[in-house]
Design a binder for this molecule. Structure first.
Ligand code: 13P
Length: 258
């Protein structure tokens, strides 16, 4: 069984003082949760206080980016080692907003994944097609390319993949659970080809894109959806708590397309 992983990507939201209070509240409200990984990914400046607030709890902390070089004259960048030292355990890499606004390509994403793994940070490797690519019937080609290029020369162990169709991010347009499952299964099959099927069965694949408290249960009911990467709805205490407390209704062992 793959352990579910629910992550809140706060993007560029919440001041450090707000972040601390929010994290403390999460620790209180979610202390009984077992067998699920819970992750908060605040902006860099809030990482130390969120790490402190979550210390000793069942909530882990992730960053939203790293630079791919180890250290040096890279003004404004933050290294993987720095994050590791302050107690960060995960890092989101290749988010579509970074690909779009900061021109990150597959090659850079690949270097960042390698850097993260080299220091023992667990990467959340984001992939997903844009609306026009989906309309042209290219969704699988795009995701396939992102996987092959992004993972070039990388061991898969201890990595989370996040499938985030770009057209679903922040738009309120969620992929239907069946639509998402089709892509998750395709991703798992592709990982099976790149690596091997046994390994691919262990990899956790999150869905991201307008996940909310009212669609989480049906998404998590899908066999290859192992968690979610949540943007907007992770900023609100009630909705994030409900998302983490999703209700399982899986038909274990029944894979629809088989
Ligand atoms: P929303 O949940 O706001 O659509 O954002 C998804 C996302 O980009 C998470 O990384």
């Amino acid at each position: 069984m793959r352990r579910p992983i629910i992550a809140g990507n706060w993007k560029m939201n919440k001041l450090p003082s707000e972040a601390r209070g929010f994290a403390r509240e999460m620790v209180k409200l979610l202390s009984d949760i077992q067998e699920r990984d819970i992750l908060l990914c605040p902006p860099y400046v809030s990482l130390p206080c969120v790490v402190n607030a979550c210390r000793g709890s069942n909530i882990k902390v992730g960053a939203q980016n790293i630079y791919f070089e180890k250290e040096g004259a890279f003004t404004g960048e933050v290294s993987a080692d720095m994050l590791k030292e302050i107690g960060v355990e995960y890092v989101i890499i290749g988010h579509s907003e970074r690909r779009e606004y900061f021109k990150e390509d597959d090659e850079m994403v690949n270097k960042k994944l390698k850097r993260a793994i080299s220091v023992g940070l667990i990467p959340i490797f984001c992939i997903g097609e844009k609306e026009e690519e989906r309309e042209k019937g290219m969704k699988k080609d795009v995701v396939y390319q992102q996987l092959v290029k992004g993972l070039s020369g990388i061991e898969l162990e201890n990595m989370v993949i996040a499938y985030e169709p770009v057209w679903a991010i922040g738009t309120g347009k969620t992929a239907t659970p069946e639509d998402a499952e089709e892509m998750h299964l395709f991703i798992r099959e592709t990982l099976g080809k790149i690596y091997n099927e046994e390994l691919a069965e262990f990899v956790r694949i999150q869905y991201g894109g307008s996940v909310r408290s009212d669609n989480i249960d049906s998404l998590m009911a899908q066999l290859d959806i192992d968690g979610t990467l949540v943007g907007g709805a992770s900023l609100n205490i009630d909705s994030f708590v409900r998302i983490v407390r999703f209700v399982y209704s899986r038909n274990i062992g029944l894979r629809k397309n088989m």
